[in-house]
Design a protein around this ligand. Structure first.
Ligand code: E4P
Length: 218
């Protein structure tokens, strides 16, 4: 499974990229607003820091506007993935941009039928929003399971399932067990993946015993 980070904070992205375990980045207008910086500058810097797909979302809601903005974003770098909303115009924009050779991430997916449409429109990625469904009292991960089952029924659909709106490490594990292709998570969730109290305790004990030996390895 690929790990993307869901943030527009370039510093955080660079730090996580240094682990060698980061496969891509997703941003959205809310994350850009939080960063309080020029959107296109952020995307250019992120694309340089991370060679994998970097999602940049259009702000227009009509087809012509989405195409104009999508093409402008795609010109920033080869690894820009244009993010469009799951609307009819978004799906049409997806089809056109994909035909032009641009990767497209169809976002704000809340149903399996929407995911089927995005795949038929040629999306590189579909983003089911797990946490927001959970927040609404539904089982967000069930949507990822449904999409996996549907896409597996039709091997000609090559769209990757990008589990989004991830709130905690258990979501990451569940997405991996279901077979999501990608998970995009906030930096804090990605950092938390490594932690286990027994790892810390075990390391402490091993080191205490090692010091008793009085030896050095180098
Ligand atoms: C995905 O690409 C979105 O940016 C993101 O995962 C939304 O998550 P949120 O529900 O935490 O805002």
């Amino acid at each position: 499974m690929k790990f993307f980070v869901d943030t527009a904070d370039v510093g955080e992205i660079r730090e996580l990229a240094a682990t060698g375990l980061l496969d891509g980045v997703t941003t959205n207008p809310s994350l850009v607003a939080k960063a309080k910086r020029d959107f296109k500058e952020i995307i250019a810097e992120v694309c340089e820091a991370v060679p994998g797909p970097v999602s940049a979302e259009v702000a227009a809601t009509d087809l012509d506007g989405m195409l104009r903005e999508g093409r402008a974003l795609a010109r920033i770098a080869k690894n820009v993935t244009v993010k469009v909303p799951l609307t009819w115009d978004g799906l049409k924009a997806c089809r056109t941009l994909t035909a032009e050779g641009t990767m497209v991430n169809v976002t704000l997916c809340f149903s399996a039928n929407q995911a089927l449409l995005a795949a038929k429109a040629g999306a590189s990625f579909i983003s089911p929003f797990v946490g927001r469904l959970d927040d609404a009292g539904q089982d967000g991960m069930e949507l990822v399971r449904e999409i996996r089952a549907i896409y597996d029924n039709y091997p000609d659909l090559t769209t990757e399932i990008l589990a989004a709106s991830i709130r905690h490490v258990t979501h990451v594990k569940q997405a991996a067990m279901i077979g999501a292709d990608v998970v995009t998570a906030p930096p804090a969730v990605l950092r938390a993946l490594v932690h286990h109290p027994l790892t810390d305790k075990g390391l402490e004990l091993f080191l205490a015993d090692w010091h008793k030996t009085g030896q050095r390895i180098v």
